[in-house]
Ligand binder design. Structure first.
Ligand SMILES: NC(=O)C1=CN([C@@H]2O[C@H](COP(=O)(O)OP(=O)(O)OC[C@H]3O[C@@H](n4cnc5c(N)ncnc54)[C@H](OP(=O)(O)O)[C@@H]3O)[C@@H](O)[C@H]2O)C=CC1
Ligand SMILES: Nc1nc(=O)c2c([nH]1)NC[C@@H]1CN(c3ccc(C(=O)N[C@@H](CCC(=O)O)C(=O)O)cc3)C=[N+]21
Length: 294
């Protein structure tokens, strides 16, 4: 059996078109244009690509995007002052500080400084707590995108065993919370997990968010399982640069029921969800309920 391909690029294009449609109505009916501020400290080339993509796609979806590029030697106090200014700016509804930050800046302090209502990454402890309590909140973009792909691929998530490989605050942990809310049975695995391959063999849904090229092999996969590859790894093979996931795609595609490619899987959904979160935050700032008012 060959797995069906989950086309993240196409799903993301639909989601962006929906954001654009709703942003147009917001502007017409309420005179409100959602604004996203993206802060990049330093000049990591990969971050540079993401930030450029985010700014372009925000503009295409009818959002105002404001880019703040700061030099690597920016002090923590300077960054916190910028966040304070953005928190108080009524034209800014979403703030994203690109991670990782340079080593001399305390990431946790920065995340705490962002107003929870503008935290479109969903990383602030208030939003993390709300997500874990099953309350409505701004959901981290990558797990949000993965959830939308799963809902589109599987008839129901209820009662399925989801194994997540990776327990980071930005992907693995919030993914576990979201899937619990969907009534999956969730196993969160990490670098100390014993017999990882055996744990993954029990999964109806596998989510790989590790940062290790092709860690998840074909013989780890239950036939017919749904495999979501979050990993983005830059490798050079035969002298050529490639983007590969955390899943050995060529092996797993023969066993799984459905699989996301890299590139063109989760990545484009992450950006589309960031735009959607900005729209949600803008509506929230005026007490407009997205589903009711639009
Ligand atoms: N497509 C997208 O939109 C996005 C993609 N990414 C990509 O997803 C991947 C993961 O990112 P992120 O969550 O930030 O990564 P982190 O480095 O923060 O976390 C990696 C996790 O993987 C675990 N891990 C490491 N090695 C192994 C192993 N051999 N077996 C099992 N678990 C292991 C770690 O375990 P431990 O906790 O024990 O150290 C940790 O929990 C990266 O490739 C990143 O580029 C990230 C964000 C968005
Ligand atoms: N505050 C913060 N929020 C983030 O959400 C965040 C972050 N920091 N730091 C880095 C990670 C990584 N991330 C990606 C987003 C899009 C693609 C993406 O669009 N990928 C394309 C390929 C892009 C390419 O060719 O490089 C794809 O998979 O098709 C990838 C990775 C968001 N992150």
């Amino acid at each position: 059996m060959t797995a069906s391909l989950i086309d993240g690029k196409a799903h993301a294009a639909k989601l962006r078109a929906d954001v654009r449609h709703q942003a147009t109505r917001l502007l017409q009916e309420y005179g409100l244009q959602p604004g996203l501020a993206i802060v990049l400290v330093g000049s990591d080339p990969a971050s540079d690509v993401y930030v450029r993509n985010k700014v372009r796609q925000a503009a295409e979806a009818g959002l105002a995007s404001l880019e703040h590029r700061l030099p690597t030697e920016t002090s923590e106090a300077e960054l916190l002052a910028l966040i304070e200014q953005l928190n108080g700016d009524p034209a800014v509804h979403g703030i994203l500080v690109q991670l990782p930050l340079p080593a001399h800046i305390n990431e946790s302090k920065v995340i705490h400084a962002i107003a929870p209502s503008k935290d479109v990454d969903g990383f602030h402890p208030i939003n993390v707590g709300q997500l874990s309590a099953g309350q409505e909140t701004l959901i981290p973009c990558t797990p949000y995108g993965v959830l939308l792909l799963l809902r589109n691929t599987l008839p129901s998530l209820e009662g399925l065993h989801a194994v997540i490989v990776g327990r980071s605050n930005i992907v693995g942990k919030p993914m576990a919370q979201l899937l619990l809310s969907e009534h999956c049975t969730v196993t969160l695995t990490h670098s100390r997990t014993r017999n990882l391959a055996n744990v993954v063999r029990g999964a109806d849904i596998v989510i790989a968010a590790v940062g290790k090229p092709r860690l998840v092999r074909g013989d780890w996969i239950k036939p017919g399982a749904c495999v979501i590859d979050v990993g983005i790894n830059r490798v050079v093979e035969n002298g050529e640069p490639y983007l590969v996931g955390d899943v050995a795609f060529n092996e797993v595609v023969e066993i799984a029921g459905a699989i996301t490619p890299v590139p063109g899987g989760v990545g484009p959904m992450t950006i589309a969800c960031l735009l959607r979160n900005t729209l949600i935050a803008a509506c929230g700032s005026r007490g407009i309920t997205l589903s009711n008012a639009l």
